[in-house]
Design a protein around this ligand. Structure first.
Ligand code: GLV
Ligand code: MN
Ligand code: MN
Length: 407
């Protein structure tokens, strides 16, 4: 039994056209009309494939293919939301390879002992609503439903209202339920597989992640008559913080990465001294302990930068996920599947967060990576050739089949 590469490619084209950018990328922010259209397309395909579709209170979509026994399912999941001017592979590839697994089982009339369930998670990216992976976080009991519902986008729209508006505020509880295994295929989003000429990554775990939000309150004033000596410029303090955050990664070294990716300046006009700046700080490392060290350094440098400029600030470290190792048995199963699929593979860890990280907190989980061209992702240039997707999807099929058990 082999997956149908042509069928998978066609589905990628159709789903990838929803929210497509002029430069061939994807802007499909969570809970927008394009996200709804993508969900509707997935639900139609899931029903066509004979799956029983349900939606939970976080808008997570489940499509179950019954097993011959009533036993915990093998779940295959990912997401259909994207970052702004992102690519067509992050998330989307995982759900479509999951769908292809189910279509292949159907086509070959293979019954499994355990059910196989395709899962589409809400707002994985954290681009519109923070934090990322919020819906799997609620499912794992790590984020309160109430807090998730009250997350607001830049326009002040609450997540729960956006969910309701697109018709995906479902009735099922968003709570942990037993599963045999959770599998997620995803692009690597880094350069290693491509550099080493491999088509599959057997993922052993995901780095620890910390997100912080810094608000700096300066004094808004006129850019002309206000002498330099009396200024309290929120953006000048923010600029020091941006450079300082990068310095933390250089000083601690190793695998630590730090990013200021979002900066909001008010009033953001030519002729006013910036009165308020909001910025984000993203810190990641394979060792959870390193994050605490990095955060302490960030605390100190923010303090200093703001004192120097005479501005007030609030710094919230509002989201953390520890280093998450995947289940040894699931990892071994994925490795066996990669070998059986004839893929050239290696074991590796993920530098990006995935819903698999929260699923690993409540059950056995594992991931399959496929290469990213030039290591690029969260950009329109994101690309993975079908020559690598095919062995990746086949690895997913074989791993799911082994875990679900042929009837
Ligand atoms: C998700 O894309 C993340 O790693 O932030
Ligand atoms: Mn993703
Ligand atoms: Mn992503």
């Amino acid at each position: 039994m082999w997956i149908d590469r042509k069928r998978l490619e066609q589905s990628m084209e159709i789903l990838g056209s929803i929210g497509q950018t002029a430069r061939g990328g994807l802007t499909r922010l969570a809970l927008t009309d394009d996200d709804r259209r993508a969900r509707d397309q997935m639900v139609a395909w899931m029903r066509e494939a004979g799956l029983r579709v349900t939606v939970d209170r976080m808008g997570n979509i489940f499509g179950e293919r019954a097993g011959t026994e009533t036993a915990p399912a093998v779940r295959i999941g990912s997401h259909v939301d994207s970052v702004p001017t992102g690519g067509k592979y992050d998330g989307q590839l995982g759900v479509l390879c999951g769908l292809e697994v189910i279509r292949s089982l159907n086509e070959h009339r293979v019954r499994t002992r355990r059910p196989v369930t395709l899962v589409i998670f809400t707002n994985e990216e954290g681009a519109r609503f923070q934090p990322a992976m919020v819906a799997s976080g609620v499912m794992a009991g790590k984020i309160a439903l109430e807090d998730a519902y009250n997350a607001r986008d830049r326009d002040g729209i609450r997540l729960v209202d956006a969910l309701e508006r697109i018709g995906y505020l479902g009735p099922e509880p968003c709570a942990p339920r037993p599963f045999r295994a959770y599998l997620e295929l995803h692009i690597e989003q880094g350069p290693r597989l491509e550099e080493e000429g491999l088509s599959v990554g057997v993922v052993e775990g995901i780095v620890a992640i910390s997100w912080s939000r810094l608000t700096i309150h300066g004094v808004q004033d006129h850019a002309g008559p206000t002498p330099m000596r009396t200024r309290h410029d929120a953006l000048v303090a923010a600029a020091e913080v941006v450079a300082g955050v990068r310095r933390v990664a250089r000083e601690i070294g190793g695998d630590l990465v730090t990013t200021v990716g979002s900066l909001e300046v008010a009033p953001n006009i030519v002729n006013a001294i910036p009165g308020r700046v909001r910025l984000s700080i993203d810190i990641r490392d394979p060792r959870t302990e390193t994050l605490a060290r990095a955060r302490a350094m960030v605390d100190a440098l923010v303090q200093e930068a703001c004192a120097r400029e005479g501005v007030r600030h609030e710094l919230e470290h509002y989201w953390q996920v520890p280093y998450t190792p995947f289940d040894a048995e699931v990892v071994a199963t994925v490795e066996r599947a990669a070998r059986a699929a004839g893929a050239r593979y290696r074991r590796m860890i993920s530098g990006a967060g995935h819903d698999a990280q929260y699923m690993a907190a409540i059950g056995p989980a594992g991931m399959i990576f496929v290469p990213s061209r030039d290591g690029r992702s969260h950009c329109e240039e994101e690309f993975t050739p079908m020559e690598s997707i095919e062995p990746g999807a086949q690895t997913l099929l074989l791993a799911a089949l082994e875990l679900a058990g042929r009837a």
